[in-house]
Design a protein around this ligand. Structure first.
Ligand SMILES: C[S@@+](CC[C@H](N)C(=O)[O-])C[C@H]1O[C@@H](n2cnc3c(N)ncnc32)[C@H](O)[C@@H]1O
Length: 250
């Protein structure tokens, strides 16, 4: 089996625009919470775990006077993202290969820091590094968003993931792992006879899992997920960092 951190090199992860973490939404939320967010037309944006830039590149395109920086551990994803940005003729976006928790390469100050679909899939030292980057590199009026899976909603998803991971535990080849996992999800979904609420939730998650693009299986069957035992999406910043948080849905 490939090392978990290398899964994104083997199976390309399909990134796309994530409207819930767009800086304009953060700015609107900040205003609603009585903050004074930086104007969007000339701001500095950092995306942690940007993959091949499917979220950051569209942001750079609509905010041409703003500076967008993306970091990700996958060199192949960064290479693809640079090609996309080049083809779009964008000069305000820079994508760099950075493997957290080594965050020494992150410098400067940012008005918006975005991190979507990463926190729940990485080990504790990387999670700590994400929060420390937010705390160390946010401008005084800066806003950061870090999304993660939360309980109780995550129970059904975790059950499906654990089932699929167990099923493919001996399978080494990436393509075969994905095929096998998808086949099991389909089999269980089709054969389930139980009609109760928990069965319905499980069946729904099985359907979601098997219809995922191959790249999304990198999160389903490779990394070991961590799901916070909380009903909200809030997170406490590391002690002494002075970073404030508030619950929000992403
Ligand atoms: C599930 S993908 C999410 C990509 C994108 N943010 C999105 O929501 O579509 C997780 C991303 O985190 C990156 N990643 C995982 N571990 C990392 C680490 N230690 N340092 C930096 N990036 C990491 C992966 O390479 C991958 O691109």
């Amino acid at each position: 089996m490939p090392p978990e951190s290398g899964a994104y090199e083997i199976v390309p992860y399909p990134t796309r625009a994530q409207s819930p973490i767009h800086p304009d939404r953060l700015a609107a939320l900040g205003l609603l919470y009585g903050l004074d967010p930086c104007p969007l037309d000339r701001c500095r944006i950092l995306e942690i775990g940007c993959g091949d830039g499917g979220n950051l590149i569209p942001i750079a395109a609509v905010l041409p006077e703003s500076r967008c920086e993306g970091i990700d551990a996958s060199s192949t994803a960064i290479r693809r993202g640079r090609e996309y940005a080049e083809r779009c003729g964008l000069r305000n976006v820079a994508l760099r290969c950075v493997q957290l928790p080594d965050a020494a390469a992150v410098t400067g100050e940012f008005d918006y820091i975005l991190c979507h679909g990463v926190f729940s899939w990485v080990p504790e030292p990387v999670r700590e590094a994400i929060l420390r980057i937010c705390c160390a590199h946010l401008a005084p009026k800066g806003l950061a968003v870090v999304s993660y899976n939360a309980l109780p909603g995550g129970h059904a998803r975790r059950a499906v993931r654990e089932m699929l991971r167990w099923h493919v535990r001996e399978v080494a080849a990436a393509a075969e792992r994905i095929t096998e996992a998808r086949a099991l999800a389909q089999l269980v979904e089709e054969r389930m006879v139980e009609q109760g609420a928990s069965a319905r939730a499980l069946r729904e998650e099985l359907a979601v899992a098997r219809h995922k693009e191959d790249g999304h299986f990198t999160t389903t069957i490779w990394p070991r997920p961590t799901i916070r035992s909380t009903c909200t999406n809030s997170w406490c910043a590391p002690a002494g960092t002075g970073c404030a948080t508030w619950p929000t849905r992403t």
